[in-house]
Design a protein around this ligand. Structure first.
Ligand SMILES: Cc1cc2nc3c(=O)[nH]c(=O)nc-3n(C[C@H](O)[C@H](O)[C@H](O)COP(=O)(O)OP(=O)(O)OC[C@H]3O[C@@H](n4cnc5c(N)ncnc54)[C@H](O)[C@@H]3O)c2cc1C
Length: 429
C-alpha cells in the first residue's frame, strides 16, 4: 500500500519506519524545513517507563491552581476565554478522579513497556553504530529532603509487584548509582530516590535525523520518500474513504493517510467535523554544554522538588520541565532562572554561564493522558497517531508499531483499544 505519514516529529518518523517494516511504500511529509523541529526538538530525553502515569490524577487540579502565579511553580494555569480550553480542563478534571487515574496508569504502563521492547528491537535492527546520545542507565526520581513519600511508596510497591524494575534508594545508595549527586547527598538535599532501572534516555531529535538517514539509504525512492517544506493544507476524501492530501495546489495520492502532526492534527481534522480533544501544555528546556573534565550526571534524573528532568546527551545536559496551560509561546526568563538555580544547588560545579539554548514546546495532551492511536471515524483509510503529551518519546516506538499493525489490518500484539481515538472524543463532547 502507498501510505502518507503527515508530520516528521518523533511520532511520524517512527510510524514511517514501522510501516516500511510492514512492507508498505511510505511518503513522510513535513511542514518545516527540518524534521523534528517542533515538540520533538529539545524535550527532556527520558524514556520513562517508571513515570508513565497520566498527569490527570487526584490532587492535580489543586496543584495546578496553587502558586499558579509564581514563576517557580511546576504547574501554571491561565484561564482564557477559549471554549476549547474549558472543555479540555473539564475533561481533565473528570479524568483526575481515582478510578480513571488508576485505569490510565495501568494502560500507560503497558504501552510504555511495550514501547521500550520495540525500541530494543529497532536498535538491534539498526546495528551497534546507531546512536543518538543514548544511555541505558535508568532514571532516578530524586526525593527532596522532608518530602511526603507515602503515596510514592505505594506506587513503587505496586509497580514492583507488577514486575517493574523499580527500587527505593537511601541517600547513600543514590550517590552510589549516580556519583555526581555525592555533593547534594552530603549537603542533606536529598531523602533518597526511586530508581527505574530499565528506563533510558537519549536525544529524540538526533534519533529522528539518524533513523531517517538510515532508512533513506536502505530503501529506494519508490519505497521511502521524505519531503520537508511540505505543509499539508487539506485531506482529500472520496465518498467515504481517503484519497490523499493537498499541499497548496499539489495533490498527493495515497491508499492510507496517517496523521502524526502533533497538535496540528486538530486543524487537519476540523474540516471533516472531527474534534480532537488535545491541548498544548507548554514546557521549557535548557541545554548545558559540558567540558570533558566536568563531573555531570550520567543517569537521567527527575528532581521532584520542581519536577525538572535532566538527561545527559553526549557532552550536553538537557534540563526540562514545567507545565503551563493557557500561556503564550515566549521564553519567560524567570523559568530559565528557576532551572538554573536548582541545577546550581544540585551540581555546583556545572558551568551555567554559556549559551543554554532556552526552548519552549507544547506537549500535545489529551485529557486522560493516553495517546490517540487508530482509525478516524467516518473516513476509511484515515488514521491518527498523536496526543502523546509528556510521553511522546517514551511511547513513540510502541505507538508506531500499533498504528502500523492497524493500518495493515493486523491485530496489535499489545492492548490497543484504550488508545482508540473515539474514546477520548466521546468523553469530551
Ligand atoms: C519541555 C518538554 C519536555 C518533554 N520531555 C519528554 C521526555 O523526557 N520524555 C518523553 O517521552 N516525552 C517528553 N516530552 C513530550 C514529547 O516531546 C512529545 O510528546 C513529542 O515530541 C510529540 O511528538 P510528535 O511527533 O507527536 O509532535 P511534533 O514533534 O510536534 O511533530 C509534529 C510534526 O508535524 C509537523 N506538522 C504539523 N502540521 C503539519 C502539516 N499540516 N503538514 C505537514 N507537517 C505538519 C510539524 O512541523 C512537526 O514537525 C516533552 C515535551 C516538552 C514540551
Amino acid at each position: 500500500m502507498r501510505i502518507i505519514v503527515v508530520g516528521g516529529g518523533i511520532i511520524g518518523a517512527t510510524t514511517a519506519h514501522a510501516c516500511l517494516r510492514h512492507g508498505h511504500d511510505v511518503t513522510l511529509l513535513e511542514a518545516g524545513h527540518e524534521l523534528a523541529s517542533v515538540t520533538s526538538f529539545a524535550n527532556g530525553g527520558q524514556i520513562a517507563v517508571s513515570e508513565s502515569a497520566p498527569w490527570s490524577q487526584p490532587g492535580m487540579p489543586m496543584k495546578m491552581l496553587m502558586r499558579s502565579w509564581r514563576g517557580d511553580a511546576p504547574f501554571r494555569l491561565r484561564l482564557r476565554a477559549d471554549p476549547a480550553q474549558w472543555r479540555w480542563l473539564l475533561a481533565f478534571l473528570s479524568n483526575s478522579r481515582a478510578g480513571p487515574h488508576r485505569a490510565g496508569k495501568l494502560r500507560n504502563l503497558a504501552l510504555a513497556r511495550y514501547s521500550l521492547a520495540c525500541l530494543h528491537q529497532t536498535r538491534a535492527e539498526l546495528g551497534n553504530d546507531f546512536s543518538y546520545d543514548d544511555r541505558q542507565k535508568g532514571i532516578l526520581q530524586l526525593i527532596p529532603a522532608a518530602a511526603q513519600t507515602h503515596a510514592m511508596q505505594r506506587d513503587v510497591d505496586e509497580m514492583a509487584a507488577r514486575g517493574g524494575s523499580v527500587s527505593w534508594l537511601s541517600p547513600d545508595e543514590t550517590s552510589d548509582v549516580e556519583p555526581a549527586l555525592a555533593s547534594a547527598v552530603a549537603r542533606g538535599l536529598l531523602a533518597g530516590a526511586v530508581w527505574g532501572q530499565t528506563d533510558e534516555s537519549g536525544d529524540a531529535r538526533l534519533f529522528v535525523a539518524r533513523l531517517v538517514a538510515q532508512l533513506t539509504e536502505r530503501y529506494s525512492d519508490a519505497r521511502f520518500c521524505v519531503r520537508c517544506d511540505t505543509p499539508i493544507t487539506g485531506l482529500v476524501k472520496g465518498d467515504c474513504d481517503i484519497r490523499g492530501v493537498m499541499s497548496g495546489e499539489k495533490y498527493i495520492e495515497a491508499d492510507r493517510v496517517i496523521l502524526a502532526a502533533g497538535l496540528q492534527t486538530r486543524d487537519l481534522l476540523a474540516p471533516l467535523g472531527v474534534r480532537v480533544p488535545m491541548y498544548g501544555v507548554k514546557g521549557y528546556s535548557i541545554t548545558i554544554p559540558l567540558d570533558d573534565d566536568i563531573s555531570a550526571p550520567e543517569t537521567s534524573l527527575t528532581d521532584l522538588k520542581n519536577r525538572l528532568v535532566m538527561s545527559r546527551l553526549g557532552q550536553r545536559l538537557r534540563v526540562a520541565g514545567f507545565a503551563e496551560i493557557g500561556m503564550r509561546p515566549d521564553v519567560e526568563p524567570v523559568r530559565v532562572a528557576t532551572m538554573m538555580t536548582r541545577i546550581g544547588e544540585l551540581f555546583p560545579d556545572l558551568p551555567l554561564d554559556g549559551d543554554l539554548s532556552p526552548w519552549v514546546g507544547f506537549r500535545p495532551m489529551t485529557p486522560d493522558g493516553a495517546p490517540l492511536i487508530g482509525p478516524v471515524a467516518g473516513t476509511k483509510g484515515l488514521f491518527m497517531n498523536t496526543g502523546h503529551g509528556p510521553l511522546g518519546w517514551t511511547f513513540s516506538h510502541g505507538a508506531a508499531q500499533i498504528i502500523a499493525d492497524l493500518v495493515s489490518g493486523k491485530t496489535p500484539s499489545t492492548e490497543f483499544q484504550g488508545f482508540a481515538p473515539d474514546r477520548a472524543m466521546m468523553a469530551t463532547v
